[in-house]
Design a protein around this ligand. Structure first.
Ligand code: FUL
Length: 482
């Protein structure tokens, strides 16, 4: 029996229809995210913590000859980091357990170059432990960064270093509870201390580390960990450290065709590829200060709440996750200026992107998949990320219109695709009804997990989203207006 629908006008989520019909669910558009990638998309904002001997030498890249004795923060307080982050909306923190200088923030059994030989807590301290415990206590996920390039190790460049690196991963992945993300840094400047040789060392990044074996090892210890590196396999770099994802941002790339030094690689990482073979979404890493580590000389250069909000729009607002670095100072706490900036940022998010005006709306869609209630337009306003408006197979151009109970001033439009079945939308426009006619107020290419568009504020009671190009039937799970 064919289901009939009275127009396609839906009142407050109620479908005005009679009858019932089984409708074929949309087929996936490949690639699609894994379950752990899907969960990762929902984190949206989390923090990087860059802390090591550099904090005390005022450097960004330690040479590897630093005396562990200089690491002596007076009052390390990982609970302060975690509490501030939790209060300001962050979902996780990723700690630099070992930066390029090779100094380990945990008392590794495989080197003397660690906190064990620092005066801090008489060599009995463990920053990794304190951070992972503080994260868990605050309800944040915990992630690790451990630099593959190690300027301290005499054996860097030879096979024994790879065993050393893997042994340290075993320590990190068995002693500190669940790790949600492992951050593999591709940076390698060549020169270093290297056990006193003080020379240049070149490795072939494509072969030296034998990543497949290392990743397998880590996954065997923690199957749910996500691997970040320039080109994945789970999360890719966004191609810059400015906080900016591509306005067009596909979650897919073809990693086999990407290699360090390839011309245009950063641009590809920035926008992804619509024909990419693997789901490898971009993570936007950027520091709240000019440098990654704390330098007193940068106390006056901490990004303002407005700058952080702009970065939020150009990262989370373009379907990426934001990894914002906040470096503890020489005491081992977040500097008051950074804390104030984070609190101001949170306040802006609350003021600008919290009060969704599209809750009690009437929704009208130009096409509804099989005219079925399960795919109707109201799904974009039901607050449920697992439901979505879908069109019939082959219908890749369609409109959806929302009517607010009264005219409101709108400054931001937020859209989300149901990405579990693949990213689809290639182009869309947004229109507002003004004096009886529709006016285009914004437009874009990709939507992905989340797209936030700032518009010139408009007072209206009707907004229309026009999907003008899509790989397949668009699946839109959310429309919010602020
Ligand atoms: C880069 C490193 O060289 C920087 O020091 C910092 O750790 C950044 C997040 O990644 O590649």
């Amino acid at each position: 029996m064919k289901k009939t629908i009275i127009g396609s006008f839906l009142c407050m989520g109620l479908v005005l229809s009679v009858g019932a019909q089984k409708v074929t669910p949309p087929a996936p558009v490949y690639p699609v995210p894994s379950a752990r990638q899907l969960a990762w998309h929902q984190l949206e904002t989390y923090a990087f913590i860059h802390f090591t001997t550099n904090t005390f030498t005022d450097k960004e890249w330690g040479f590897g000859d630093e005396d562990p004795g200089i690491f002596n923060p007076s009052k390390v307080d990982a609970n302060q980091w975690a509490t501030v982050l939790k209060q300001t909306g962050f979902k996780a923190m990723i700690l630099t357990t070992k930066h390029h200088d090779g100094f380990c923030l945990w008392p590794s059994n495989y080197t003397e170059h660690s906190v064990r030989n620092s005066p801090w807590k008489n060599g009995k301290g463990d920053i990794v432990k304190e951070t992972s415990e503080a994260a868990r206590k605050a309800g944040l996920k915990f992630g690790v960064y451990m630099s593959p390039w190690d300027r301290n190790r005499a054996d860097y460049g030879s096979p024994s270093y790879i065993s050393y690196y893997r042994n340290q991963l075993k320590e990190l992945f068995t002693n500190y509870g669940p790790v949600f993300e492992m951050w593999f840094d591709g940076a390698n400047g060549g020169d270093g201390y290297y056990g006193g040789k003080r020379e240049q060392r070149k490795i072939n990044g494509a072969t030296y580390y034998d990543w497949p074996t290392t990743l397998k090892l880590v996954r065997s210890m923690q199957p749910d960990v996500l691997f970040f590196s320039d080109a994945g396999p789970d999360i890719r770099w966004v191609g810059n450290e400015k906080g900016v994802a591509g306005e067009t941002n596909w979650n897919s790339i073809t990693p086999d065709t990407l290699y360090a030094g390839k011309s245009g690689i950063n641009e590809i990482l920035n926008t992804g590829s619509d024909d990419g073979t693997k789901w490898i979404p971009a993570e936007v890493d950027v520091s709240i200060r000019p440098g990654w580590f704390y330098h007193a000389s940068e106390d006056s250069k901490v990004k303002t709440p407005e700058q952080l909000f702009e970065i939020y729009l150009s990262s989370v607002g373009r379907g990426s996750n934001l990894l914002l670095n906040i470096p503890p100072d020489r005491n081992g706490v977040f500097h008051p200026t950074d804390v104030a900036a984070l609190r101001g940022f949170k306040k802006l998010l609350e003021e600008r992107l919290t009060n969704n005006l599209a809750r009690q709306v009437r929704v009208k869609a130009s096409n509804i998949r099989g005219n079925a209630a399960v795919y109707n337009g109201a799904k974009i306003a039901d607050g449920d990320k697992n439901t979505y408006w879908a069109t019939d197979e082959g219908v890749t151009v369609a409109d959806i219109e929302v009517e607010l109970p009264a005219a409101k001033k709108i400054s931001y439009v937020l859209l989300q695709e149901y990405i579990a079945l693949g990213q689809r939308v290639k182009a869309f426009t947004i229109e507002a009804l003004k004096n009886g006619s529709w006016k285009e107020i914004a437009g874009g290419t990709t939507i992905g997990y989340k797209r936030i568009l700032r518009i010139d504020p408009v007072v209206t009671s009707k907004i229309r989203v026009r999907i003008t190009d899509s790989k397949a039937a668009p699946l839109i799970s959310n429309l919010a207006l602020y």
